[in-house]
Design a protein around this ligand. Structure first.
Ligand SMILES: [Zn+2]
Length: 291
Protein backbone atom coordinates (compact mmCIF):
# COMPACT_ATOMS: atom_id res chain seq x y z
CA UNK A 1 0.00 0.00 0.00
CA UNK A 2 2.78 2.40 0.96
CA UNK A 3 4.79 1.18 -2.02
CA UNK A 4 1.85 1.84 -4.38
CA UNK A 5 1.46 5.36 -2.96
CA UNK A 6 5.20 5.99 -3.38
CA UNK A 7 5.30 4.85 -7.02
CA UNK A 8 2.15 6.87 -7.78
CA UNK A 9 4.00 9.92 -6.43
CA UNK A 10 7.02 9.11 -8.63
CA UNK A 11 4.74 8.89 -11.68
CA UNK A 12 3.01 12.18 -10.79
CA UNK A 13 6.39 13.90 -10.26
CA UNK A 14 7.43 12.69 -13.73
CA UNK A 15 4.13 13.91 -15.22
CA UNK A 16 4.67 17.38 -13.69
CA UNK A 17 8.20 17.46 -15.13
CA UNK A 18 6.66 16.42 -18.47
CA UNK A 19 4.25 19.33 -18.13
CA UNK A 20 7.20 21.72 -17.66
CA UNK A 21 8.95 20.04 -20.61
CA UNK A 22 5.90 20.95 -22.75
CA UNK A 23 6.42 24.61 -21.79
CA UNK A 24 10.14 24.43 -22.72
CA UNK A 25 9.39 22.75 -26.07
CA UNK A 26 6.72 25.38 -26.83
CA UNK A 27 8.63 28.51 -25.74
CA UNK A 28 12.38 28.00 -26.18
CA UNK A 29 12.26 27.75 -30.01
CA UNK A 30 10.41 31.11 -30.00
CA UNK A 31 13.06 32.62 -27.72
CA UNK A 32 10.59 33.09 -24.85
CA UNK A 33 11.07 32.64 -21.11
CA UNK A 34 9.76 29.41 -19.58
CA UNK A 35 9.12 31.13 -16.22
CA UNK A 36 7.05 34.16 -17.19
CA UNK A 37 4.35 34.94 -18.25
CA UNK A 38 1.82 32.35 -17.09
CA UNK A 39 0.44 29.99 -19.75
CA UNK A 40 -2.41 31.46 -21.78
CA UNK A 41 -4.73 30.15 -24.48
CA UNK A 42 -3.13 31.19 -27.81
CA UNK A 43 -6.52 32.27 -29.24
CA UNK A 44 -8.53 33.95 -26.45
CA UNK A 45 -5.49 34.79 -24.23
CA UNK A 46 -7.37 33.46 -21.21
CA UNK A 47 -4.87 32.58 -18.44
CA UNK A 48 -4.78 28.87 -17.67
CA UNK A 49 -5.79 28.46 -14.02
CA UNK A 50 -3.91 26.09 -11.73
CA UNK A 51 -6.65 23.45 -11.69
CA UNK A 52 -6.71 23.48 -15.51
CA UNK A 53 -2.97 22.79 -15.54
CA UNK A 54 -2.88 19.39 -13.79
CA UNK A 55 -0.98 16.91 -15.97
CA UNK A 56 -3.15 14.57 -18.09
CA UNK A 57 -6.23 14.94 -15.80
CA UNK A 58 -7.03 18.52 -16.88
CA UNK A 59 -6.82 17.66 -20.55
CA UNK A 60 -9.31 14.82 -19.98
CA UNK A 61 -11.58 16.97 -17.76
CA UNK A 62 -11.61 19.83 -20.30
CA UNK A 63 -12.31 17.26 -23.08
CA UNK A 64 -9.24 18.57 -25.00
CA UNK A 65 -10.66 22.09 -25.39
CA UNK A 66 -9.94 25.57 -23.97
CA UNK A 67 -12.55 26.35 -21.28
CA UNK A 68 -12.86 29.91 -22.65
CA UNK A 69 -13.13 29.65 -26.43
CA UNK A 70 -13.27 25.91 -27.15
CA UNK A 71 -9.98 25.90 -29.10
CA UNK A 72 -8.80 22.27 -29.34
CA UNK A 73 -5.78 21.43 -27.14
CA UNK A 74 -3.30 19.11 -28.84
CA UNK A 75 -3.14 15.52 -27.48
CA UNK A 76 0.64 15.94 -27.65
CA UNK A 77 0.64 17.72 -24.26
CA UNK A 78 -0.95 14.90 -22.20
CA UNK A 79 1.01 12.35 -24.31
CA UNK A 80 4.33 13.96 -23.29
CA UNK A 81 3.17 14.17 -19.64
CA UNK A 82 2.19 10.47 -19.70
CA UNK A 83 5.44 9.42 -21.40
CA UNK A 84 7.69 11.36 -18.99
CA UNK A 85 5.64 10.11 -16.00
CA UNK A 86 6.07 6.49 -17.16
CA UNK A 87 9.76 7.15 -17.88
CA UNK A 88 10.43 8.40 -14.31
CA UNK A 89 8.43 5.44 -12.94
CA UNK A 90 10.41 2.96 -15.09
CA UNK A 91 13.76 4.51 -14.09
CA UNK A 92 12.80 4.28 -10.41
CA UNK A 93 11.71 0.64 -10.75
CA UNK A 94 14.77 -0.37 -12.81
CA UNK A 95 17.49 1.35 -10.76
CA UNK A 96 15.73 1.59 -7.39
CA UNK A 97 14.67 4.93 -5.90
CA UNK A 98 17.82 7.04 -5.71
CA UNK A 99 20.41 9.20 -7.42
CA UNK A 100 21.06 6.93 -10.44
CA UNK A 101 17.34 6.68 -11.26
CA UNK A 102 17.04 10.49 -11.20
CA UNK A 103 20.08 10.83 -13.50
CA UNK A 104 18.66 8.31 -16.01
CA UNK A 105 15.18 9.87 -15.93
CA UNK A 106 16.52 13.44 -16.32
CA UNK A 107 18.75 12.35 -19.23
CA UNK A 108 15.77 10.76 -21.01
CA UNK A 109 13.54 13.79 -20.34
CA UNK A 110 16.06 16.26 -21.83
CA UNK A 111 16.59 13.98 -24.86
CA UNK A 112 12.82 13.87 -25.44
CA UNK A 113 12.67 17.68 -25.37
CA UNK A 114 15.54 17.86 -27.89
CA UNK A 115 13.89 15.33 -30.23
CA UNK A 116 10.55 17.21 -30.12
CA UNK A 117 11.97 20.68 -30.85
CA UNK A 118 14.28 19.31 -33.57
CA UNK A 119 11.39 17.43 -35.21
CA UNK A 120 9.07 20.42 -35.20
CA UNK A 121 11.37 23.44 -35.56
CA UNK A 122 14.66 22.03 -36.91
CA UNK A 123 16.55 23.42 -33.95
CA UNK A 124 17.94 22.25 -30.63
CA UNK A 125 17.56 25.00 -27.98
CA UNK A 126 20.62 25.81 -25.88
CA UNK A 127 18.31 25.61 -22.86
CA UNK A 128 18.30 21.82 -23.16
CA UNK A 129 21.93 21.28 -24.11
CA UNK A 130 23.60 23.85 -21.85
CA UNK A 131 21.53 22.79 -18.83
CA UNK A 132 21.97 19.14 -19.84
CA UNK A 133 25.77 19.38 -20.16
CA UNK A 134 26.05 21.18 -16.81
CA UNK A 135 23.73 18.66 -15.13
CA UNK A 136 25.59 15.64 -16.56
CA UNK A 137 29.05 16.97 -15.58
CA UNK A 138 27.88 18.00 -12.10
CA UNK A 139 26.22 14.65 -11.42
CA UNK A 140 29.27 12.79 -12.82
CA UNK A 141 31.43 14.43 -10.14
CA UNK A 142 28.74 13.95 -7.46
CA UNK A 143 28.19 10.35 -8.55
CA UNK A 144 31.90 9.59 -8.23
CA UNK A 145 31.75 10.71 -4.59
CA UNK A 146 28.43 9.43 -3.26
CA UNK A 147 26.80 6.84 -5.53
CA UNK A 148 27.67 3.26 -6.47
CA UNK A 149 27.70 1.82 -10.00
CA UNK A 150 25.68 3.66 -12.66
CA UNK A 151 25.43 3.48 -16.45
CA UNK A 152 26.96 6.97 -16.71
CA UNK A 153 30.54 7.92 -17.52
CA UNK A 154 32.82 8.98 -14.65
CA UNK A 155 34.10 12.57 -14.39
CA UNK A 156 37.15 12.24 -16.69
CA UNK A 157 35.29 10.14 -19.30
CA UNK A 158 32.47 12.71 -19.19
CA UNK A 159 34.79 15.55 -20.20
CA UNK A 160 36.53 13.50 -22.92
CA UNK A 161 33.14 12.12 -24.06
CA UNK A 162 31.69 15.61 -24.56
CA UNK A 163 34.62 16.54 -26.84
CA UNK A 164 34.58 13.21 -28.73
CA UNK A 165 30.78 13.32 -29.22
CA UNK A 166 30.79 16.90 -30.54
CA UNK A 167 33.85 16.17 -32.71
CA UNK A 168 32.51 12.92 -34.16
CA UNK A 169 29.16 14.41 -35.16
CA UNK A 170 30.88 17.42 -36.71
CA UNK A 171 33.09 15.14 -38.83
CA UNK A 172 30.12 12.93 -39.76
CA UNK A 173 28.07 16.01 -40.72
CA UNK A 174 30.93 17.48 -42.76
CA UNK A 175 31.40 14.21 -44.71
CA UNK A 176 27.62 14.03 -45.16
CA UNK A 177 27.59 17.54 -46.64
CA UNK A 178 30.36 16.59 -49.08
CA UNK A 179 28.47 13.43 -50.10
CA UNK A 180 24.99 14.99 -50.35
CA UNK A 181 26.21 18.36 -51.65
CA UNK A 182 23.86 20.13 -49.23
CA UNK A 183 23.69 21.11 -45.58
CA UNK A 184 23.30 17.87 -43.60
CA UNK A 185 23.84 18.93 -40.01
CA UNK A 186 23.27 21.95 -37.84
CA UNK A 187 25.37 23.26 -34.99
CA UNK A 188 22.64 22.04 -32.62
CA UNK A 189 23.67 18.43 -33.32
CA UNK A 190 27.18 19.21 -32.01
CA UNK A 191 25.72 20.67 -28.80
CA UNK A 192 23.44 17.61 -28.47
CA UNK A 193 26.42 15.26 -28.81
CA UNK A 194 28.50 17.27 -26.31
CA UNK A 195 25.67 16.76 -23.79
CA UNK A 196 25.08 13.10 -24.67
CA UNK A 197 28.83 12.37 -24.93
CA UNK A 198 29.37 13.66 -21.40
CA UNK A 199 26.80 11.16 -20.14
CA UNK A 200 28.11 8.27 -22.24
CA UNK A 201 31.89 8.70 -22.37
CA UNK A 202 33.98 8.61 -25.57
CA UNK A 203 33.37 5.03 -26.83
CA UNK A 204 29.61 5.01 -26.37
CA UNK A 205 29.27 8.51 -27.85
CA UNK A 206 30.86 7.14 -31.07
CA UNK A 207 28.39 4.25 -30.85
CA UNK A 208 25.53 6.78 -30.51
CA UNK A 209 26.56 8.57 -33.72
CA UNK A 210 26.73 5.18 -35.48
CA UNK A 211 23.34 4.02 -34.14
CA UNK A 212 21.75 7.42 -34.85
CA UNK A 213 23.05 7.49 -38.43
CA UNK A 214 21.89 3.90 -39.05
CA UNK A 215 18.46 4.61 -37.55
CA UNK A 216 18.18 7.80 -39.61
CA UNK A 217 19.18 6.05 -42.85
CA UNK A 218 16.74 3.18 -42.30
CA UNK A 219 13.81 5.46 -41.47
CA UNK A 220 14.63 7.82 -44.34
CA UNK A 221 14.84 5.02 -46.93
CA UNK A 222 11.95 2.92 -45.55
CA UNK A 223 9.42 5.61 -44.63
CA UNK A 224 10.27 9.23 -45.49
CA UNK A 225 11.35 8.73 -49.11
CA UNK A 226 8.42 6.44 -50.17
CA UNK A 227 5.89 8.76 -48.46
CA UNK A 228 7.40 11.81 -50.18
CA UNK A 229 7.28 10.03 -53.58
CA UNK A 230 3.67 8.92 -53.07
CA UNK A 231 2.68 12.44 -52.02
CA UNK A 232 4.39 14.00 -55.05
CA UNK A 233 2.58 11.54 -57.32
CA UNK A 234 -0.74 12.43 -55.63
CA UNK A 235 -0.03 16.17 -55.97
CA UNK A 236 0.92 15.74 -59.65
CA UNK A 237 -2.35 13.86 -60.30
CA UNK A 238 -4.65 16.26 -58.40
CA UNK A 239 -5.66 19.75 -59.60
CA UNK A 240 -3.75 22.58 -57.94
CA UNK A 241 -5.49 23.81 -54.78
CA UNK A 242 -3.17 26.63 -53.84
CA UNK A 243 -2.74 25.14 -50.38
CA UNK A 244 0.66 25.36 -48.76
CA UNK A 245 2.56 22.06 -48.88
CA UNK A 246 2.66 20.17 -45.60
CA UNK A 247 5.99 19.88 -43.82
CA UNK A 248 6.14 22.63 -41.20
CA UNK A 249 9.22 24.84 -41.41
CA UNK A 250 10.97 22.41 -43.75
CA UNK A 251 12.56 24.28 -46.70
CA UNK A 252 13.15 21.02 -48.63
CA UNK A 253 9.46 20.01 -48.62
CA UNK A 254 8.48 23.38 -50.06
CA UNK A 255 11.00 22.88 -52.87
CA UNK A 256 9.41 19.50 -53.74
CA UNK A 257 12.40 17.49 -52.48
CA UNK A 258 12.05 14.68 -49.92
CA UNK A 259 11.56 16.33 -46.53
CA UNK A 260 14.55 17.11 -44.38
CA UNK A 261 14.67 14.86 -41.34
CA UNK A 262 16.64 16.52 -38.55
CA UNK A 263 19.45 14.31 -37.26
CA UNK A 264 18.73 15.12 -33.60
CA UNK A 265 15.44 13.18 -33.86
CA UNK A 266 17.54 10.01 -34.33
CA UNK A 267 20.55 10.92 -32.18
CA UNK A 268 18.39 11.54 -29.09
CA UNK A 269 16.80 8.04 -28.91
CA UNK A 270 20.15 6.52 -29.99
CA UNK A 271 21.83 8.20 -26.98
CA UNK A 272 19.24 6.77 -24.57
CA UNK A 273 19.44 3.27 -26.11
CA UNK A 274 23.24 3.41 -25.93
CA UNK A 275 23.17 4.46 -22.28
CA UNK A 276 20.79 1.65 -21.30
CA UNK A 277 21.86 -1.16 -23.65
CA UNK A 278 25.16 -0.03 -25.24
CA UNK A 279 27.17 -2.98 -23.91
CA UNK A 280 24.52 -5.49 -25.06
CA UNK A 281 24.47 -3.80 -28.48
CA UNK A 282 28.26 -4.00 -28.88
CA UNK A 283 28.33 -7.67 -27.79
CA UNK A 284 25.55 -8.50 -30.26
CA UNK A 285 27.34 -6.67 -33.09
CA UNK A 286 30.67 -8.41 -32.37
CA UNK A 287 28.90 -11.80 -32.43
CA UNK A 288 27.46 -10.88 -35.85
CA UNK A 289 30.95 -10.09 -37.15
CA UNK A 290 32.41 -13.35 -35.83
CA UNK A 291 29.54 -15.57 -37.02
ZN1 LIG B 1 -9.19 29.91 -25.53
Amino acid sequence: MIAAAFWTMVFLLGACIGSFLNVCVLRWPAGESVVRPRSRCPRCARPIRWFENIPIASWLALRARCAGCGLPISPRYPAVELLVGLGWLAAGLAYGPGFTAIRVAAFGTILLGIALTDLEHYLIPDGFTVFGLGWVLLTAFAGAVVAGPSPFAGPLDAIVGACVGAGAITIAGWLGEVALKKEAMGFGDATLMAFAGAALGPMRSLLTVFVGATLGAVIFLAIVLPVARARRRAVAGAPATGAAPAGGDDPAAAAGEPPLVPFGVFLAPAALVTLLWGDVLVAWYLRLLVA
